[in-house]
Design a protein around this ligand. Structure first.
Ligand code: GLU
Length: 501
């Protein structure tokens, strides 16, 4: 039997989760579910300088909201816990020691000033300083001083780091599920710091140790981590552990031009790049949730950023995504972010909502404006306008005329109000007054019968009628509006228009 698939989302809590991070989480989730595996969340907080309070809670809340909560994480099925790296601190030293003992790592005592001096010297000769096989024997490391002296300096409390001793002259052959075979020359790598004398591991060591201990089978992460893959593969080898499989996801690109999607693009073009609002002293960065996006819509558009199932299908439920998802079909090239398309997705999910739910979402907006509208009326109203909306927040401007009589009349539409219009509208009032079954279809039949009998052209009545009801030539089917407004209000509005126009 093959091993159970275990994948992780491993963000660093340095701020709000960018939409690219959300997509990484989603692809991990989809892959896990597709393979009856486990999706877990690990918080990579070893770099205390970059720690931002609230970020961790934000990440968890975002995944909950989107419906892709992890199976295991802090406080939930902690089978391989702790799931916060800072709480695993005590674990890492022994692994750094293991690498020292096997000759795969060494102590380096160089001070920041010494390293600066080396850097300068190289630069003067037109070179860049890389800490690796070129010079590691010339620097202040345990590779050149005796074991006794090394031990003494550590015991004396001298600052040190533990660096990886990158193998020399080797072409590393690696495989990425999305990118295929990848080659890399080890001579180009620097000897990365794995551990510091403050007792904290760096990202690289903690990440590898944890992925091993937490039995990660596949590392699915953003393309920005591709350059770290050679080091990670070498670390697994140095430990004698089987490396997980790797898949590096394409970047999410700006809507216009080149480069990675940034918060600035969102600010400029008016769309969020975060799942939830993120509040700081400087202000609020808006989130998809607060902008009125449905979580299902966000999931759907994110899934299609860099992946498709080879068909034209665009609308997927989460279950359908799980079913269709295939990591090897993820594209190599960056995926352009399309804010208009995102709105289209939201519209698709909006019209799919139950009218009762939309009415419930609309009620507080109306209440704030001072309207206490009957739920049954509201259901009717939302059913009439939802085809034109992307967001519930647009409902008011699409439906205000249901609740308030027009206070002005659209300038351009006024040309439809002719000399004979007042007389016709007066007659229309008499017709409307006689209607007892005040339902859209019946009103329409009676009004149209009257027009036919008296040979009155459609446009002559319909446009002024709509103008009287709405104040403009917009909105859903006129007789549906009239039904909701009711007989009394309909007559009042016609009278008002006659007086005003
Ligand atoms: N902590 C890293 C990040 O913030 C994790 C990268 C990885 O998945 O290996 O993205």
């Amino acid at each position: 039997m093959s091993k159970q698939v275990r994948v992780r989302f491993a963000p660093s809590p340095t701020g709000p989760l960018h939409i690219g991070g959300v997509r990484t989480a989603l692809f991990n989730y989809l892959f896990a579910k597709k393979n009856n595996g486990v999706f877990f969340l690990r918080i990579e907080d070893t770099d205390q300088n970059r720690y931002v309070s609230g970020a961790e809670e934000y990440i968890m809340e975002a995944l909950e909201w989107l419906g892709i909560a992890p199976d295991e994480t802090i406080g939930k099925n902690e089978k391989f816990g702790p799931y916060r790296q800072s709480e695993r601190k005590h674990l890492y030293k022994q692994y750094a020691d293991q690498l020292i003992n096997s000759g795969n790592a060494y102590y380096a005592f160089d001070t920041a000033e010494a390293l600066d001096a080396h850097r300068k010297l190289e630069e003067e000769q037109g070179n860049t300083f890389i800490y690796n096989h070129h010079n590691r024997e010339k620097l202040d490391t345990s590779l050149v001083i005796s074991a006794d002296e090394t031990a003494k300096r550590i015991a004396d409390g001298e600052h040190y780091v533990i660096r990886f001793k990158t193998p020399v002259n080797e072409t590393l052959h690696m495989h990425d599920i999305i990118r295929g075979d990848v080659k890399f020359e080890t001579n180009l790598l620097d000897d990365k710091v794995l551990f510091k004398s403050d007792g904290m591991p760096t990202y690289h060591l903690a990440n590898i140790v944890d992925d091993h201990l937490m039995e990660t089978t596949h590392v699915i992460r953003g393309e920005e981590w591709l350059p770290s893959m050679p080091l990670h593969v070498l670390l697994y080898r140095a430990f004698g552990w089987q490396a997980p499989e790797f898949a590096h996801l394409p970047l999410i690109m700006k809507p216009i031009g080149n480069g990675k999607l940034s918060k600035r693009d969102g600010d400029k073009m008016g769309f969020p790049v975060f799942p939830l609002d993120w509040k700081t002293e400087e202000g609020v960065s808006s989130g998809y949730r607060e902008k009125g996006f449905f979580p299902e819509a966000v999931i759907n558009f994110l899934a299609l950023l860099g992946w498709n199932d080879g068909t034209e299908k665009e609308l997927y439920t989460l279950e359908e995504l799980v079913e269709a998802f295939d990591l090897s079909r993820v594209h190599k090239a960056g995926a352009k972010f399309d804010p208009e398309k995102n709105k289209w997705f939201n519209h698709q999910y909006l019209v799919k909502q139950k009218d009762e739910d939309l009415a419930k979402a609309y009620a507080p907006i109306l209440a704030e404006k001072g309207f206490n509208v009957d739920q049954s009326v509201l259901i009717k109203v939302v059913s009439l306008i939802k085809e034109r909306a992307h967001f519930v927040s647009e409902f008011w401007e699409l439906s205000d005329f249901f609740f308030v009589s027009p206070t002005s009349y659209d300038e351009k539409a006024r040309k439809n109000w002719k000399d004979e219009t007042p007389t016709l509208m007066q007659e229309l009032i008499s017709v409307v007054e006689e209607i007892t079954d005040f339902t859209s279809m019946n009103i329409e039949t009676i009004v149209k019968d009257w027009m036919t009998k008296n040979e009155i052209g459609m446009g002559k009545v319909m446009q002024p009628f709509r103008l009287s009801m709405v104040g403009a030539l917009k909105g859903p089917h006129l007789f549906d509006i009239v039904e909701v407004i009711g007989k009394e209000e309909t007559i009042k509005r016609i009278q008002k228009a006659i007086a005003a126009l």
